[in-house]
Design a protein around this ligand. Structure first.
Ligand SMILES: [Zn+2]
Length: 245
């Protein structure tokens, strides 16, 4: 039981795994009774949190459904459990701290919602059309989500350049990255567009199918018209949305 804004809330930690990795999941309230050990589930709308290391937590929108397909967890991933279990004791001590953190998180979330319109520190916003774009296919590690510089899609396996995990080529997530150029005053400003930011934009606008053809994707950026683009001091796009909404 954890106190959130004065209301007691039940939270329970468990671990979820697929064929690549295992991660801690904090389940809140009614969701706790909806899972069981060894049962494959489809979980939606989880949030990623970081406390010592990354973990998942359920949100108000989270749904849990028993999966029709059983998720296979290989020995190598299942064995990770041992290490994790040994750390469990430490984690339990930390859990109380996490619970307190959670409370702070939720308060912060509310504040963020209120401040959404306020300019974030270090970020610059440009509004206008994209006047030039150059994108290329890129694959992301399904485990650490890092983009891969050299990826041979005809190979059988690929070792992640960031986390070193050897995985099937097909388990890498397709994405694209590159540069978009916008007008800032009188100058043309090239901005780096990472695969993560681009994928967020595409999924928010239900445009994932554009990934099948990079040229179509590029043309999309020229044709949409007005964009609102936030970028950081390194000229990397942090958020891109269409300004037509
Ligand atoms: Zn990786």
């Amino acid at each position: 039981m954890v106190n959130v804004h004065g209301t007691p809330k039940e939270v329970k930690d468990c671990h979820v795994a697929d064929h690549t990795k295992k991660i801690k999941l904090s389940l809140w309230g009614d969701l706790i009774g909806q899972v069981a050990q060894g049962v494959s589930c489809v979980l939606t709308n989880l949030a990623v949190r970081e406390w010592d290391r990354l973990y998942l937590t359920s949100t108000k929108e989270t749904t849990i459904q028993v999966s029709e397909e059983e998720v296979q967890v290989p020995e190598s991933v299942a064995r990770l459990r041992l290490e994790v279990d040994q750390q469990e004791e430490v984690e339990e001590q930390e859990e109380e701290e996490v619970a307190q953190e959670e409370e702070v998180d939720q308060q912060e979330e509310e504040e963020v919602e209120q401040e959404e319109e306020v300019e974030q520190e270090g970020l610059t916003t440009v509004r206008g059309p994209v006047c030039g774009v150059k994108l290329a296919d890129q694959r992301q590690c399904s485990s650490c989500h890092k983009g891969q510089l050299a990826f041979d899609r005809n190979a059988k396996n690929h070792r992640c350049e960031a986390c070193g995990l050897l995985q099937r080529v097909g388990s890498y997530v397709q994405g694209a990255n590159g540069t978009v150029e916008v007008n800032k005053g009188d100058v043309k400003l090239p901005l780096t567009l990472t695969s993560t930011v681009l994928m967020t934009y595409l999924s928010q606008n239900d445009l994932q199918e554009l990934l099948a053809d990079v040229q179509l994707l590029e043309e999309h950026f020229l044709e949409v018209g007005l964009f609102v683009i936030q970028y950081n001091a390194n000229n990397e796009v942090v958020v891109v949305t269409t300004g037509n909404v």
